[in-house]
Design a protein around this ligand. Structure first.
Ligand SMILES: [Zn+2]
Length: 195
């Protein structure tokens, strides 16, 4: 017959074993779990990822300033983009990486799964606690910018709108152009306020 102390020993052993399992997953992980993890991060180890975007975030008309910052990081060796995303959306990031002298690759692998669309990869294990970034639209709305202006990324806007967005977040400067006198002459208007 089992004594109470036997039960205690058994349950504490079970807990410990679960804890150890969790630690293993977080640190060095058994091979099959590492493979699962790599399938989520476009074939990269989670601890090598500095920043990542979801597929929907890559499809935003604007470039995420967080990715610009991550590409500038001296530890960064390159960037991976999911092959599920149309070039129309991923092209802006590939161009950016090449301008910054960093490698980028499109990953076509049926083994990949999940919602990650882009990862910036470090040459060393970093284990950044939170690699995901806040949605650009939510962030800029919180800063008080109108949706029309947020969605005019990649287009030209008037001086007033330009100052509004770069005043709220200087990192957004990469996403907007200013209307020139010649644009005005040809009848082009601000893509946000239509003035
Ligand atoms: Zn405007």
């Amino acid at each position: 017959m089992q004594s109470d102390s036997d039960v205690n020993v058994k349950s504490s052993w079970a807990d410990k074993s679960n804890l150890e399992k969790a630690l293993l997953v977080g640190m060095h992980g058994p091979p099959e779990l590492k493979r699962e993890e790599k399938a989520l991060f476009l074939g990269e180890f989670r601890e090598r990822v500095i920043r990542s975007l979801t597929k929907d975030q890559v499809k935003d008309p604007g470039i995420y300033p967080e990715i610009v910052e991550a590409l500038k990081d001296s530890r960064t060796v390159g960037m991976l983009i999911s092959g599920d995303i149309d070039w129309h959306f991923s092209g802006k990031y590939q161009k950016l990486a090449s301008e910054m002298g960093k490698k980028s690759s499109i990953m076509h692998d049926p083994e990949l799964k999940g919602d990650i669309g882009l990862v910036v990869v470090s040459g060393v294990a970093e284990d950044v606690e939170d690699v995901m970034v806040e949605n650009r639209e939510a962030r800029l709305k919180r800063l008080g910018l109108p949706l029309k202006l947020i969605n005019s990324a990649g287009k030209k806007v008037c001086d007033r709108c330009y100052d509004k967005i770069t005043g709220a977040d200087p990192g957004e400067i990469i996403n907007y152009g200013k209307l020139t006198l010649s644009d005005r002459f040809w009848g082009e208007k601000c893509n946000s306020c239509q003035i």
